[in-house]
Design a protein around this ligand. Sequence first.
Ligand code: GUN
Length: 284
Amino acid sequence: MTAVLLDGKQLAQTMQAEIAAEVAQLLRVRGLRPGLAAVLVGDNPASQIYVRNKRRACDKVGIASFLHELPANTSESELLTLIARLNVDSTVHGILVQLPLPPHINEATIVDAVAPRKDVDGFSPHSLGLLAAGRPHFLACTPHGILQLLVRNNIPVAGAHVVVIGRSNIVGKPLALILMQKGVDATVTVCHSRSKNLADLTRSADIVVAALGQARFLRADMVRPGAVIVDVGMNRLPDGTLSGDVDFEAVRQTASAITPVPGGVGPMTITMLLYNTLQAAKAN
Ligand code: GUN
């Protein structure tokens, strides 16, 4: 078997066209243009690229984007002052603080400072808590994008055994909570670096999501023939090339469907950020 490619680039285009139509309608009917403030502290090259791509996507769908670029030596209190200002700015419906932040700034303090109604990343304890309570509001963008990739490619999720490798607050943990929601109805196993017999767990999965940040970690012998594979990894190899967390060439021979890297999960993350920003504006 050679796996079908789950094309995130294509689906992102489709969904961004849907979002653009809604943005245009909101402007026409209510004179309201959704706005996203992107806050970038320091000069992490990967973060600069991510923020640039997010702002380009905003432009494409008609969302206003406001860039706040701050030097690496910005203090925590200066950053808190900016966030307090954005929290009350009526042209800003969503606030995105690009992570990681420089080490002298406490990420939790900053994430906690973003007003819950503007938390379009879905990282705050408020958003995560609502999700855990079964009352989801803003869903974290990467997990939500993964759900859309599965559902819109007609991959059965209800009743499926999904094994998530990785327990981060921005991917693994919220993804497990989303998949467990009533109406989504997956059976979820979360594994991590200290899990025993990991290959036995992944081999029992209908769907494996690799989100641990180790290049080519998931090998073909860890996958049941016919399983669906979602690769969240973005690892830069010593030769400069990009690799996911899945050994793509080998695993595609045995899986029934697989996301490529790049062009799989990445474009969906950006799309769900646009979606959340639109929802935040509509709630005004
Ligand atoms: N750093 C890595 N991924 C993300 C993301 O989705 N949002 C933000 N704000 N920072 C990130």
